[in-house]
Design a protein around this ligand. Structure first.
Ligand code: ZN
Length: 289
């Protein structure tokens, strides 16, 4: 990971785009000697026959001799950027060249390519978010919470989902997020797909996701046990409420939970109340007002 970070930082530096938001990925592509970024619909037919299958949608590919990147032009802006960054990653990491060059959705399965795929995606996140230090400098300018992550998504032209993940993973304070599906089961609950914790949350509280052994969140019980009320309200707008979370010594600590729905999945972000200080920008605005 250290080597990946060093190579990615060097590419940002060489492209002269350190701290430039949103990251101009074309400049980085030039630095790693990618000739062109082309819509996958323009992919040469002799390459198209090598596509794995119609069921596995190709999101991006890199054609090594011509140094051309192909990305699916029908993707949303955020996914297009992430895919472009991912393909740059395959080009940037010298040990990737020999491996393969055609990407498809089998990247999500557990196979021999998993490691390389994760590395290319780590490069993409680093390029788009400009690394954890610069990203958190930006995000900590706002009050701790889900809105800071969403503002960061807009500024970095990323998806809300990846910005929320990056925010939690790199946050200095105890914050954690649950990602849940949108379809209710018979019991009026949605499945928990995953949880992420900041390092300080993990140290003090352990895993948030493991506190839900059934891996589901009740939405329709009306009593809000524990997030149903704010999850239901978040279908209209971000909703929040105070709650207590016991630390690993079983001492209840004050938290704020916020629910956000992006149209595909639910996010419930919890942050320690004392960490929810005002950010620099908010404070300056308040002082100016
Ligand atoms: Zn890939």
């Amino acid at each position: 990971m250290r080597e990946i970070v060093a190579l990615t930082d060097r590419a940002l530096r060489q492209a002269g785009v350190e701290g430039v938001l949103p990251t101009p990925l074309e400049g980085v592509a030039q630095v790693v000697e990618i000739g062109e970024v082309v819509d996958i619909a323009e992919m040469p037919t002799n390459l198209v026959v090598k596509r794995p299958s119609l069921l596995k949608r190709v999101l991006g590919a890199i054609l090594l001799p011509e140094r051309t990147i192909f990305v699916d032009g029908t993707l949303s802006d955020a996914r297009l950027r992430f895919t472009t960054g991912h393909e740059i990653g395959h080009r940037l990491l010298p040990w990737h060249e020999a491996a393969y060059f055609l990407d498809d959705e089998s990247t999500l399965s557990l196979d021999a390519r998993e490691q390389l795929e994760a590395e290319a995606s780590a490069v993409s996140a680093h390029l788009i978010f400009q690394g954890p230090r610069r990203f958190m400098e930006f995000a900590l300018g706002y009050q701790v919470g889900i809105k800071a992550a969403l503002l960061a998504a807009a500024a970095h032209r990323s998806s809300a989902h990846s910005a929320i993940r990056y925010y939690v993973e790199n946050h200095p304070d105890p914050v954690a997020v649950l990602v849940a599906g949108r379809f209710l089961d018979d019991g009026g609950a949605v499945p928990i797909w995953g949880s992420l914790e900041s390092p300080s949350f993990s140290t003090k509280y352990g895993s948030l996701g493991k506190r839900f052994p059934e891996q589901r969140l009740e939405v329709l019980d009306g009593g809000g046990r524990p997030f149903g009320d704010i999850m239901h309200a978040s279908l209209a707008e971000i909703a929040s409420k105070p709650l207590l979370i016991r630390d690993l010594a079983s001492v209840p600590q004050q938290f704020v939970a916020e629910a956000f729905f992006n149209g595909f999945c639910h996010f419930v972000l919890v942050s320690e109340r004392q960490a929810r200080r005002l950010g620099r920008r908010v404070r300056l605005l308040a002082e100016a007002g």
